[in-house]
Design a binder for this molecule. Structure first.
Ligand code: NPG
Length: 377
């Protein structure tokens, strides 16, 4: 269902942007590299109705997508931020149309939109979850497990997460670190909901290898091929029993519609940053709900700001599979919100307070800040 009720307009006075660098509890390895800390941009929108917070989920290098932190910083401070400030009064639903003339840079747009949304909803005393039409009080929590030193180490890491209560496991794979890894986890845990994520590491020439995954009863294989390999994904889908779920390729509701029409995907991972904001994410979820396509909420190692927003999105009824919205402690010893997401009986609670429903810990924010800039009207 589309938005029941739009949010209030606010007058945007200032945008404060910071780059944070937050250490990870343990290195996180995917097919595109190893992260040891999270470099992220936090946005504070200062409005006549109060403040709002958003998060730009780029990484330091353009290895997951073409976006990266310095690029997002440049476009946000030079183009996107000034365009929003120039409008003065605006409703959160007008952020995306205002930024539309600027091509791409979806993660930067999403973070700015979220800050304006949070400010407007806080001023109305309305939660982000209720604004989105989310109904669940808690969401089932899946966890994304990075590539480990060997299959035995992977099994032990997965065991730890299962003991904590995570209800679904996703393991990262790449060429040469795929079949043995999946076999080891499946043999150790025959019944768990299990899926794999390739982050674009294969080509259609690897179809025979990928077909070997069919025997493990996976929920899905996520983004085996490159971002723009839509036709190849459709060809691969013909050769696999395991459902294909696109992530990187789904950059908009139009991309989602095209991928579904071509048979390139039968499940969709929705990430607000990747698609330019939570409102576009909701449109994709709506599309999938009407088409009977399973949807789940992806993650980008969000801080407590984006994690609260993801929990709200994942609580929408269109989201039918457990997502990558894990406890903050999965990645961080210290978060930048006062009540970081925790795991309770395999679930994460959906915040109910005004706006994102979390309070930013200004001391922690300050400690992790490595760069800052204030944009004024
Ligand atoms: O739980 O937030 C999380 C991480 C989930 O694996 C995850 N994210 O490809 O989906 C992905 C991956 C990712 C992380 C991608 C960071 C890009 C940056």
């Amino acid at each position: 269902m589309p938005l029941a009720q739009p949010a209030a307009s606010v007058r945007l006075d200032r945008l404060e942007l910071r780059v944070l660098r937050i250490p990870l509890i343990a290195p996180f390895t995917t097919s595109f590299g190893t992260m040891t800390d999270r470099e992220v941009i936090v946005v504070r929108a200062r409005t006549d109705a109060g403040d709002g917070w958003g998060e730009i989920v780029t990484q330091s290098a353009p290895v997951y997508s073409s976006e990266y932190t310095q690029g997002a910083w440049d476009v946000a401070t030079r183009w996107l931020g000034p365009a929003l400030l120039h409008r003065g009064e605006l409703a959160p639903e007008q952020v995306a149309p205002t930024l539309d003339p600027f091509v791409g840079h979806r993660m930067a747009k999403a973070g700015l939109e979220l800050a304006v949304l949070d400010a407007a909803l806080r001023s109305e005393g309305r939660s982000f979850a209720s604004y989105l039409g989310a109904t669940a009080a808690t969401i089932p929590s899946g966890v994304s497990v990075g590539i480990q030193s060997d299959p035995a180490a992977l099994v032990e890491t997965v065991r730890g997460y299962l003991d904590e209560g995570y209800v679904r496991i996703k393991i990262k794979i790449k060429p040469g670190r795929d079949i043995a890894e999946t076999d080891a986890v499946r043999s150790a845990f025959p019944e768990i909901p299990l899926q794999v994520d390739a982050n674009s590491a294969y080509t259609l020439a690897d179809a025979d290898t990928l077909a070997q995954l069919d025997r493990f009863g996976l929920l899905l294989i996520e983004q085996p091929l490159q971002e723009d390999d839509i036709v190849d994904h459709a060809a691969l889908a013909q050769q696999l029993k395991t459902p294909i779920c696109l992530d990187e390729s789904i950059t908009s509701v139009k991309a989602a519609r095209d991928a579904l029409a071509l048979g390139a995907t039968t499940v969709i991972n929705v990430k607000a940053g990747r698609v330019g904001g939570y409102l576009e994410a909701l449109r994709i979820a709506d599309l999938c709900e009407s088409a009977g396509i399973p949807v789940w909420c992806g993650g980008m190692l969000e801080t407590g700001i984006g994690r609260a927003a993801n929990a709200a999105l994942a609580a929408h009824p269109a989201f039918t599979l457990p997502g990558d919205v894990s406890a903050s402690a999965r990645f961080y010893t210290e978060d930048i919100v006062t009540e970081p997401a925790v795991l309770e009986d395999g679930h994460v609670r959906v915040p109910t307070g005004p706006g994102l429903g979390v309070e930013v810990d200004l001391d922690a924010l300050e400690r992790f800040t490595v760069a800052r800039e204030t944009l004024r009207r």
